[in-house]
Design a protein around this ligand. Structure first.
Ligand SMILES: [Ca+2]
Ligand SMILES: [Ca+2]
Length: 193
């Protein structure tokens, strides 16, 4: 790299990522080089992010889900993903501990980012998940979860809450860990990350 100042990942970010993920410095530097190659600007925009999902789900509509995932990764709300957000997301969704993954899942379901999940938010994410599932797979789903509404009902029941109650992050993580169905219901098993 000709310009080491803008070409290399900053020490500060590197230290931060080493502390917050289990990745080594070598891995992080390697990923940063890859990231810069694919995104010379150093930032992933929402359309670019959606394109990754569209490629990964050629037979279904992953656009809405990709928007929600993007929102959950864009922790500083500036409409782009920088390297740090990207690596933390990668860590949480693919290699992190179950509780870290569930904390991320909570942020995915917390559509308005107010720290609580409502039944409407559960319905919204279930609808987005459903658009990704190919029809033949939907046909083979159990009777009580073969529509977005039924899946949302089933998932909401896990939390043992009234229709207009709210679920906190702690409740979400604990209840999903305690319920054998919940982990399957909060996600679609296929993911580009
Ligand atoms: Ca951002
Ligand atoms: Ca919310």
């Amino acid at each position: 790299m000709g310009n080491s100042k803008s070409g290399a990942v900053s020490k500060e970010i590197l230290e931060d990522l080493k502390m917050n993920t289990k990745f080594t410095e070598t891995e992080l530097v390697q990923w940063y080089d890859n990231f810069k190659k694919q995104c010379p600007t150093g930032r992933i925009t929402k359309p670019e992010f959606q394109a990754i999902y569209t490629k990964f789900f050629p037979d279904s509509d992953a656009n809405t889900y990709a928007q929600h995932v993007f929102r959950s990764f864009d922790t500083n709300d500036d409409g782009t993903l920088d390297f740090k957000e990207y690596i933390i997301a990668l860590h949480m969704t693919s290699t992190g501990k179950t509780t870290r993954k569930l904390e991320w899942a909570f942020s995915l379901f917390d559509v308005d980012k107010n720290g609580y999940i409502t039944k409407n938010e559960v319905k919204e994410i279930c609808a987005a998940i459903f658009k990704m599932i190919p029809q033949d797979e939907i046909d083979s789903l159990p009777d009580d979860e073969n529509t977005p509404e039924k899946r949302a009902d089933k998932l909401w029941n896990v939390f043992d809450k009234g229709e207009s109650d709210r679920v906190t992050e702690g409740e979400f993580v604990q209840q999903v860990l305690d319920d054998e169905n919940a982990l399957r219901l909060i996600q679609y098993q296929k993911s580009p990350f």
